[in-house]
Design a protein around this ligand. Structure first.
Ligand code: NAD
Length: 254
């Protein structure tokens, strides 16, 4: 592991209370980052921030926010700047999952996915961009293998994740001359809580469903993901922008 690669850098991580976001926060703390951590689970986030400060001698600020609310997204960035005075890296990781038969996708589910997975990233990123231009910073967005390839029963979720890929690439080009790098990561099957409260769809075609399972038969971990986020946002990736990085154990390889 590269030592203290993030010393002096302010990194905003959304979705940091659990799963991949938490793994990223823990990894960046070991590398010396100053962390602004955003999540809707305020208490859990606060406990994580205190732990990371105690264990790694860094500064970590827990900010409760709701990705589905524009004002809350704006306030997340404002609180980061008020606390630390600048922003070097934005990692958009917060997201939710819903799956099921396409015709049974109700309006509320569709809109909730769009609001949290897509609108939330738009609001946070738009508000953060002037600060990232000032530092020639970096953005990492979080898509999915469902944004790259057609996953049955994931139509609405896949639509949000597919959109995030083009959102990231277009941003990368628009801001390339201002020195802001934008990349997007597509996790495969990673062991987290994202499926915890999402009931399995009933009456599905198992042959189709199993197509989306990892080829090697094992899932990845939040630590596997954190290594990729930590690389892409670091100086070592200074020539990498507009990239779509799959971290999926070969799920989308063929
Ligand atoms: N786990 C996987 O297999 C996998 C695969 C592909 C993509 N992803 C993506 O990775 C990201 C992280 O997922 P994860 O697996 O770590 O899930 P997770 O459920 O473990 O963590 C997601 C975090 O986002 C937060 N969050 C949810 N709604 C929010 C809201 N409205 N406002 C603020 N925070 C909110 C949750 O509280 C949680 O801490 C998501 O964008 C997800 O779509 C995950």
């Amino acid at each position: 592991m590269t030592d203290r690669r993030y010393e002096g850098k302010v990194v905003l991580v959304t979705g940091a209370a659990a799963g991949i976001g938490r793994g990223v926060a823990e990894r960046l703390a070991t590398e010396g980052a100053t962390l602004a951590l955003g999540d809707v689970q305020g208490d859990r986030l606060e406990a994580l921030a205190r732990d990371l400060e105690a264990q790694h001698g860094i500064r970590a600020l827990a900010i409760r926010y709701d990705a589905g609310d524009a004002d809350s997204c704006r306030s997340l960035v404002d609180q980061t700047i008020a606390a630390f005075g600048k922003l070097d890296v934005l990692m958009n990781i917060a997201g939710i999952l819903a799956w099921g038969h396409f015709t049974e996708t109700d309006d509320a589910t569709w809109q909730r996915l769009m609001r949290i997975n897509l609108d939330g990233v738009f609001y946070v990123t738009r508000h953060a961009m002037p600060h990232l231009i000032a530092t020639k910073g970096a953005i990492i967005n979080t898509s999915s293998t469902s944004g790259l390839t057609g996953h049955p029963y994931y139509v609405a979720y896949g639509a949000t994740k597919g959109a995030l890929i083009m959102f990231s690439k277009a941003l990368a080009v628009e801001y390339v001359k201002q020195g802001v790098r934008v990349n997007v990561i597509c996790p495969g099957a990673i062991e987290t809580e994202i499926t915890k409260d999402v009931p399995h769809p009933e009456g599905i075609d198992n042959e189709l469903w199993h197509r989306i399972f990892p080829k090697a038969g094992v899932s990845g971990t939040s630590q596997d993901m954190a290594a990729a986020y930590a690389y892409l946002a670091s100086e070592e990736a200074r020539y990498v922008t507009g990239a779509v990085l799959s971290v999926d154990g070969g799920m989308t390889a063929g």
